[in-house]
Design a protein around this ligand. Structure first.
Ligand SMILES: [Cu+2]
Length: 578
């Protein structure tokens, strides 16, 4: 942004402030390095902002106020909901060695226009999804029968397992283009579309299964990898003669192997007891420490006209992504089936995995120790829409707004305890940075993350202290994370860890991981190649636990774990509310 534009943005803010409208929908980006310009004190007084942010700075030079739900406000003339249209579904961008070679994953064309979604009749039986590990043989046998029936349908039938699996491919490989912006891809990962899209997907899948079974109360099993008893691949999926079996899985991860929610290719030598503790602490971090607000949990706004993958929410990156990779066949070039977007839907485990991801969204909403656990109210989110074939093989347009109340959708989750609620990670002894004992070297961004990089990021304290009640959270932002998308990317972010090697994945100083599955280059007609995304990590609880609340700066170490990635910058932002 040029200085002029920055000032223009600030002036827009001033109008809002004087109209007694809080900083709810505006983005203010004020760069203060170098100290190139200043604002009049009068203007500053109106904004309530401290002169710090416009008068002088250091390398942590950008202060960016985000909207109250943590989302980036609309800054361009584009915007509006993401809308998909079958007429704008074309060739997918598949990774090398994908199979079949000429896979086309758009759904069959309908005989007539799509119909708008209608909620099921309230008198329908409530489908209660049960955890796979305790659902019982009869319950799992029903799912097995349903998959067998779906697999028996002709491939041209949109309700067939083949077509159902292709839905994920179509929405995740750039096959769908945005209505009004055909040069841009619809992508349902790494943004606020992740949870609602997958909810709708699993909803229709479940109803198709129920219809084929002749059982209107049929409910999917969910793979409750977040509770110790569910931290193994459910047994029903392991029998090689079952329709629930998929030969393209990691054979080392069959039961009794416990899931590793931080998995990225390398096996760790933990005992089961240690693995469970790590997993629970990771759940705590992703559900509570890192997810105090909608945008940090659900993902960043993605509007019509935007390039895709603006930034994922905490749980999408892990454990969701890491479990995809944990499940897939690591000996295959694309970790098929579960480990790549184009093929993940081919494994019946996918639907049990995503039923649990959906349950986790419900759990997040009901964690009542934080009043900010509420969904977006942004109309661009609420009106984004997807297309699915329903159980009658009718093409249906469903919006995010349609799917926010699962009771109205006539399903529920069998109660499962949330043991991770009490698994707040402890600090690691003797690794915490003390003042003066570390000297991070200067980093010139963008930097290729080939080796660990440590940087001191300044916290704009004075701003923090001024509009205190409006600040909802302090966030570390790792910007312009760029890769060519040809490999899975994972890097870890440590805070105030002098010896990060001593910190376990579940340790308090490990603030978060960026985890991204492959995203192949778009073809020449599309804007946006590979990956260009942003990671946001809530800092408040971490700094509190590390005793660093009053520090002027945070020492951040980025550690590459998988894939090649370039980082454009790093800064600290505040999310501002009413
Ligand atoms: Cu998934």
């Amino acid at each position: 942004m040029t200085s002029g534009l920055r000032i223009a943005a600030l002036c827009t803010l001033l109008v809002c402030a004087s109209a007694v409208v809080a900083y709810t929908v505006l983005l203010l980006s004020v760069s203060v390095s170098p100290c190139a310009y200043s604002m009049s004190r009068t203007l500053l007084a109106v904004t309530g902002l401290d002169s710090y942010i416009v008068s002088c700075a250091d390398e942590a030079s950008t202060v960016e106020l985000l909207s109250s739900d943590g989302g980036r406000a609309k800054t361009t003339a584009t915007g509006g909901p993401i809308v998909t249209d079958l007429l704008l579904c074309g060739k997918p961008n598949l990774p090398p060695n994908a199979f079949p070679v000429n896979l086309q994953c758009c759904p069959p064309m309908p005989a007539s226009e799509p119909v708008n979604f209608k909620l099921p009749d309230p008198s329908e039986p409530l489908r209660t999804r049960r955890p796979a590990h305790v659902a019982g043989a009869e319950y799992m046998a029903k799912y097995e029968r349903a998959i067998a029936l779906m697999k028996a349908l002709p491939r041209s039938d949109p309700r067939s397992f083949y077509q159902q699996a292709n839905i994920h491919c179509a929405y995740c490989t750039g096959a769908y283009r945005q209505v009004g912006h055909p040069e841009l891809a619809v992508q349902v990962h790494y943004s606020w579309l992740f949870f609602p899209f997958h909810r709708a997907y699993v909803y229709f899948f479940e109803r198709i299964a129920g219809k084929l079974l002749g059982d209107p109360g049929f409910a999917l099993p969910f793979w409750s990898w977040d509770v110790p008893e569910g931290m193994r691949m459910p047994m029903a999926f392991v029998n090689s003669s079952s329709p629930l079996y998929d030969p393209l899985r990691n054979t080392r991860h069959a039961p009794p192997k416990l899931v590793d929610l931080d998995f990225m290719g390398a096996e760790k030598n933990y005992t089961d007891e240690q693995q469970i503790i790590h997993n629970l602490r990771i759940m705590y971090k992703q559900m509570i420490s890192s997810a105090p607000l909608a945008s940090l949990f659900l993902g960043q706004p993605f509007r019509a006209g935007d390039s895709d993958k603006p930034g994922p929410g905490s749980v999408e990156m892990y454990p969701h992504n890491t479990l995809h990779v944990w499940s897939g066949d690591i000996s295959r070039p694309n970790t098929e089936d579960m480990g790549d977007n184009y093929s993940a839907g081919r494994d019946p485990l996918f639907y049990a995995h995503h039923a649990n991801v959906d349950r986790i969204w419900e759990a997040w909403r009901h964690i009542n120790n934080n009043t900010f656990h509420v969904d977006f109210k942004d109309p661009d989110w609420l009106n984004s829409s997807f297309l699915f074939y329903d159980e009658e093989a009718r093409l249906v347009r469903i919006t995010v707004h349609d799917i926010l109340d699962i009771e109205k959708l006539r399903y529920a989750y069998h109660g499962v305890s949330l043991p991770w609620l009490n698994a707040r990670p402890p600090t690691t002894p003797n690794v915490n940075v003390k003042k003066g004992n570390t000297s991070p070297r200067f980093i010139r961004f963008p930097v290729s993350l080939n080796v660990a990089q440590t940087i001191e990021v300044r916290r704009p304290h004075m701003l923090r202290n001024k509009p205190k009640k409006r600040i909802q959270g302090e966030v570390l932002v790792v910007e312009h994370i760029v890769s060519d998308g040809t490999n899975i990317v994972k890097f870890d972010v440590f805070v105030n860890a002098r010896e990060y090697e001593k910190v376990k994945p579940s340790g308090r100083e490990m603030a978060g991981s960026f985890v991204c599955l492959k995203h192949n280059d778009m073809d020449g007609s599309l804007i946006g190649k590979g990956l260009n995304s942003t990671m946001r990590i809530a800092l408040d609880e971490i700094l509190e636990d590390l005793g660093a609340n009053e520090d002027d700066s945070v020492i951040v170490t980025l550690v590459p774990r998988h894939g090649n990635v370039r980082i454009g910058g790093i800064k600290i932002d505040y999310i501002i509310g009413e």
